[in-house]
Write a protein that binds this ligand. Structure first.
Ligand SMILES: [Zn+2]
Ligand SMILES: [Zn+2]
Length: 653
């Protein structure tokens, strides 16, 4: 995504998106002879020398001229009049927003109904209150205060009277639009709304972040390099979200991002998982897929970096390394900001950039954002206005749910009794409750009906594999998850290896934690079961009795497979779907399921449709599953509709 700065009347302004530049050209506020630059280090050129802008202008004009496709907007004329009569700021000490009465022309009956005939709605941008007939609801209206075009009634809740102050404008999360997503508060906004962070040391004090933070401001002056200038005329390059005022790394503005949420109880080893995952990914991606995973902002990733260091670059490799528990380290995982005059805890994102070393067909650099969600975010009431901790789940491109077998009442009885973590049962917890709570949060945030399924892919990672590895018929350490393309030596991820293991682990989990499996599969369209071990060896207790690990014994098993599964689901990984020769067996397609008799124990298996065409292994024999119509149907339109997907031939799925 390019951004542009323009030089008009001896002033540089911007950054603007291509869309905004096109609109400015069409309105005539800039012309083909205006000088334009893409920011630091790029030359100033005439707009007429930028083919992509000329192209965008020609694209923009075409639909407008052929069908005059003005959005059906209704301008409340009476509202304009009423607003004009109303003295603005009549009562500056009282922060009430002036009420404008709208008399609407009759339109079709609208689905949304507020109390009787009078409807109250608010401008999502400036919170201007409007009152009018309920028939206005659902229509496009223009705010007389800020010119925002919005759908009347889409902000159904009255903002708390304190939420708008003269210092701070509260921007509603639900109605936000724009290319940029804030990784802290999930506001969608346009680049023109970005705030800059003052760089002069004297410019401190921010209404959202507190008195010690550097000031945030909307830039009005720029230097010749296109950098915003703060009130002391210092050049500023760091930008921040218009709502939560937290810093947003530049790469999140320039490149697409994928968001992944990690969920699990506080004892499940999430901190160890994140550290091991990042460590493994750095190696695997570089060695196998010619990608680098870069720290976008060392300050933001400090916690994970320190964990990675404790485990993988310790000074004393023979002494037990213990990571601090997420629960007690709470403040390291949240940013507290003041929004609507209330302190709000926002979970900290961990941001990485995935860079391709080779330009393969369709390979695109992107940002990878991780959120670590402690179990307590899911306690009833844990997700209110002040702790919107689980909101990111609804925006996720994939969720990793970490199941801790050692703290499951049934499964722990089948774990290796040498594991010192079995000695204490204080953390034993029914993890299906956490799953149900997560499901109800996502259903609410995504506005799904009770019978609608969620399309976010879910991986249930069953951790501490080292302590229950005897329960699987094969050792995952022996399985190949990567194979190499003969022609160009590029690596592909073997989807079937993971599907096959997922099939066996799913059966195991149905035995030990059936309600977890049923809750997950009842809500998520695709649920993968992937075993992993952060350490690849049993935990060791340190002198205080805390479970840790001896660094030079660490040999992680499959932590990256959970993530690679989600990357493949998002079309960001070269995938091989081929599986070896296999026996045929009688199966039936019933609704969204593939139904058959388990070749090993003769029980009836109802597998979700996305196991379509997988080859499963039972007692050393391989069996071919049929193609499910739903899987075939999903493959085709996606390829056609989304050319940006990382797919080019049948090796890519
Ligand atoms: Zn407005
Ligand atoms: Zn934000």
């Amino acid at each position: 995504m390019n951004k542009y700065y323009v030089y008009v009347q001896n002033t540089v302004s911007g950054p603007f998106t291509l869309d905004v530049i096109v609109k400015m050209l069409i309105e005539g506020s800039i012309s083909n002879n205006t000088q334009i630059s893409c920011g630091k280090g790029t030359p100033w050129q005439l707009i007429s020398d930028r083919p992509e802008i000329l192209h965008a202008v020609s694209q923009w004009q075409a639909p407008a001229s052929t069908q005059a496709e003005q959005p059906i907007k209704v301008i409340p004329v009476q509202a304009v009049a009423a607003q004009a009569r109303q003295p603005v700021q009549q009562n500056p000490t009282n922060q009430q927003i002036p009420v404008v009465t709208v008399q609407a022309v009759p339109v079709k009956a609208q689905p949304v109904q507020l109390q009787e005939e009078t409807a109250v709605f608010y401008c999502p941008r400036c919170n201007q209150k409007y009152e009018g007939e309920s028939s206005w609801l659902g229509r496009d209206v223009i705010c007389t205060t800020c010119n925002e075009i919005f759908v009347a009634g889409s902000t159904e809740l009255k903002p708390s009277p304190d939420s708008v102050s003269d210092e701070q404008e509260y921007i509603s999360w639900e109605n936000s639009t724009g290319d940029i997503i804030c990784p802290h508060c999930w506001l969608h906004f346009g680049s023109e709304q970005l705030l800059y962070i003052a760089s002069h040391p004297s410019l401190t004090g921010d209404p959202v972040l507190g008195s010690l933070a550097q000031k945030r401001f909307s830039p009005t002056n720029f230097n010749a390099l296109g950098q915003a200038l703060d009130a002391m005329s210092y050049a500023c390059t760091d930008v921040a979200c218009p709502r939560c005022h937290l810093k947003i790394p530049q790469t999140l503005i320039e490149e697409k991002s994928l968001y992944f949420s990690i969920v699990g109880t506080h004892s499940c080893g999430k901190s160890y998982y994140l550290a091991t995952l990042i460590h493994q990914l750095r190696h695997k991606l570089a060695n196998e897929f010619a990608c680098s995973l870069l720290d976008v902002d060392p300050e933001m990733n400090m916690v994970i970096d320190s964990y990675e260091e404790t485990l993988f670059r310790p000074v004393k490799v023979n002494e037990v390394a213990v990571l601090p528990k997420t629960q007690r380290e709470g403040e390291k995982f949240v940013n507290t900001v003041v929004m609507g005059n209330m302190p709000v805890n926002l979970p900290k994102p961990f941001v990485f950039e995935l860079k391709h070393q080779q330009r393969q067909a369709g390979a695109e650099d992107c940002n990878i954002v991780f959120y670590d969600n402690a179990g307590e975010h899911f306690q009833p009431g844990g997700d209110d206005v002040t702790n919107p901790g689980t909101r990111h789940l609804a925006c996720s491109n994939g969720i990793i749910f970490i199941f801790d077998p050692v703290n499951d009442a049934v499964m722990r009885q089948n774990c290796n009794d040498q594991d010192p973590q079995l000695a204490s049962d204080v953390n034993v917890y029914d993890q299906s409750k956490l799953m149900s709570e997560m499901v109800s949060r996502i259903r609410r945030h995504c506005n799904l009906n009770t019978n609608e399924k969620c399309t976010i892919p879910l991986v249930i990672g069953v951790g501490k594999y080292d302590t229950w590895r005897h329960l699987l018929s094969r050792d995952i350490a022996d399985l190949d998850t990567i194979s190499y393309n003969d022609t160009d030596f590029s690596a592909v991820w073997n989807r079937n290896t993971v599907m096959d293991v997922s099939f066996e682990l799913r059966n195991l989990m149905l035995q030990y934690a059936p309600s977890l499996v049923n809750t997950a599969e009842g809500f998520f369209e695709k649920v993968y079961f992937v075993p992993f071990s952060n350490f690849g060896c049993l935990a060791t207790l340190d002198s205080t009795g805390q479970a840790g690990v001896i660094p030079n014994q660490i040999k992680p098993l499959w932590p990256e497979q959970l993530f690679l599964t989600l990357m493949a689901e998002n079309g960001k990984l070269p995938v091989s779907t081929t599986a070896g020769a296999a026996n045929q067996m009688p199966t039936r397609i019933i609704d969204d399921f593939i139904v058959f008799t388990h070749p090993g124990n003769n029980s009836v298996v109802r597998l979700p449709w996305f196991y379509s065409q997988s080859v499963i292994t039972v007692d050393g024999q391989t069996w071919q599953l049929p193609a499910h119509p739903k899987a075939i149907q999903q493959q085709q339109p996606q390829q056609a509709a989304d050319p940006e997907r990382f797919i080019n031939d049948d090796l890519w799925s």
